[in-house]
Design a protein around this ligand. Structure first.
Ligand code: ADE
Length: 247
């Protein structure tokens, strides 16, 4: 079984594959954002893709989400594990905590979040999306977090915003009222496409900041996200490697 990993901010270029080789692939949606880096983890075939490109040049709005998911499926990935930095919208989700997402709210504004540009005659395709993250993959991620004793949350609703700007305080407070637990700029789009493509998908989110809803600390900035993610990136890679061993 081949497993796809999409590395987000802070994990654009992780060095976790044995015998890596880079494959360039085109798709009907254009090229994916990075080469497909193929290799082995614990003897299993793994394909690594950098969501924003290896030099982090694609903005969240311009990531070619369709090409990325299409490419991973095209090379035979039967599951996708994704990583993402998120802002926390809850006091109890602290910096460095891992969140195994179970729901998303899509607040993006100008992205193509479907493979269906047109329907076949008399065959509309409306994909069920009630529980978009794969439960078996989530369970593997949760048990890896438990095994390592990492502070983590078994569930979490992510709101995905368009970006690249951060939210206003009013928006941040609104997302809290709406029931979102964490915030990012990529996962809803990517997850919805994976569900449409029929590839089981789960995401391990790393909480890096408290966005801007808190009044007792300064609002989030990008440098903070990178610092916290780098300090805690090993947790994410350990969890991924353990999950792949168990798959
Ligand atoms: N990614 C990490 N922290 C974030 C935040 N506060 N808002 C949006 N995306 C993020």
């Amino acid at each position: 079984m081949k497993i796809g990993i999409i590395g987000g901010s802070g994990l654009d270029d992780p060095n976790i594959l044995d015998n890596p080789t880079d494959l360039e692939l085109d798709t009907p949606y254009g090229p994916p954002n990075s080469t497909l880096r193929q290799g082995k983890i614990a003897g299993k075939s793994v394909v690594l893709l950098a969501r924003h490109g290896r030099a982090h040049t694609a903005t969240p709005s311009h990531v070619n989400y369709r090409a990325n998911i299409h490419a991973l499926r095209a090379v035979g990935c039967a599951a996708i594990l994704s990583t993402t930095a998120v802002g926390s919208l809850r006091q109890e989700i602290g910096r460095g905590d891992l969140v195994i997402l179970d729901q998303f709210i899509d607040f993006t504004k100008r992205r193509v979040a479907t493979f269906h540009d047109r329907f076949e005659p008399h065959n509309p395709a409306h994909t069920p999306m009630a529980d978009p993250f794969s439960e078996p993959l989530r369970e593997l991620l949760i048990s890896a977090c438990r095994k390592f004793g990492y502070r983590h949350h078994d569930k979490g609703t992510v709101v995905t915003i368009e970006g690249p700007r951060f939210s206003t305080r009013a928006e941040s407070n609104m997302f809290r009222i709406l029931g979102a637990d964490v915030i990012n700029m990529s996962v809803a789009t990517e997850c919805a496409l994976a569900v449409e493509a029929g590839v089981p998908y789960a995401a391990v989110a790393m909480s890096t900041d408290y966005d801007c809803w808190k009044t007792d600390e300064p609002p989030v900035n990008w440098e903070e996200i990178v610092t916290i993610f780098k300090e805690n990136a090993e947790k994410v890679t350990n969890v991924l490697v353990d999950v792949i061993k168990e798959m």
